[in-house]
Design a binder for this molecule. Structure first.
Ligand code: HEC
Length: 205
């Protein structure tokens, strides 16, 4: 009798345990699928970010190459002549490459030409680089209308000090003062943050 009751109780417990176990399996499965979905999203976002970074850097490379070439050609004529190359060629190059929904430019926290002021989305990135000198990682920012913004730091090279360094040739200095009375782009050291290159482009589907 006792044994029977015990068996009944046991059977009942077993059923209940089975139910509980069944429920927790369902819960665990749901949890697991949520984790999988979340992971997939994280991977997706990371992949999109990665491809945005790659595309931004690739689209920007022509701009950087053209600017370097214009600067070198200018410097071959002399430093004062190269000022004209920077002044005239740089905006021209940016304009030529800014088409098909793509906009490109360079800016700085210490501007020479106020016309090179950062677009709204670039300003906080610029400030991040200024605040953490060891941070040289490029950034992407989602923009309106399915566009993406990409920015990367510009670091001063030895080639740049002739016009952005601490001591300028007097002729160079007076030409720069004449053209840019509000110039804030001198006194930089090699390796220091000079500004950022930025580009806006439509995201590929
Ligand atoms: C021959 C002088 C000269 C040299 C060398 C030179 N720059 Fe400039 N830089 C200028 C002038 C002039 C401007 C302003 C151009 C304009 O009016 O848009 C300028 C503007 C800039 C700007 C745009 C932001 C601003 O302040 O208006 C950046 C960024 C910049 N230079 C970085 C560099 C870097 C990096 C190098 C070295 C690779 C370099 N420059 C070498 C003369 C020079």
């Amino acid at each position: 009798m006792v044994g029977q009751r015990h068996n009944q109780q046991f059977a009942c417990c077993a059923r209940r345990t089975g139910l509980v176990a069944g429920r927790s399996i369902v819960t665990y499965t749901r949890l697991l699928s949520l984790v999988v979905v979340a992971l997939a999203l994280v991977v997706d976002v990371a992949a999109a970010q990665e491809s945005g970074l790659a595309r931004g850097s690739q689209l920007l490379s022509q701009y950087k190459t053209d600017l370097q070439q214009a600067l070198r050609e200018g410097l071959n004529q002399g430093e004062v002549e190269a000022i004209a190359a920077c002044r005239v060629q740089a905006p021209k190059i940016a304009k030529t490459l800014s088409r098909d929904d793509i906009r490109v430019g360079r800016t700085s926290h210490r501007l020479r030409n106020p016309a090179n002021a950062p677009p709204d989305w670039v300003e906080p990135i610029l400030q991040t680089y200024v605040a953490s000198p060891s941070d040289r990682e490029p950034r992407t920012v989602p923009l309106s209308q399915g566009r993406l913004g990409y920015a990367e730091p510009i670091v001063l090279q030895p080639l740049c000090v002739a016009c952005h360094g601490e001591v300028l040739d007097s002729e160079v200095a007076s030409r720069i003062n004449e053209l840019y009375p509000a110039d804030r782009a001198v006194g930089f050291h090699v390796g220091e943050l000079r500004g950022v290159f930025w580009i806006e482009f439509p995201v590929e589907n």
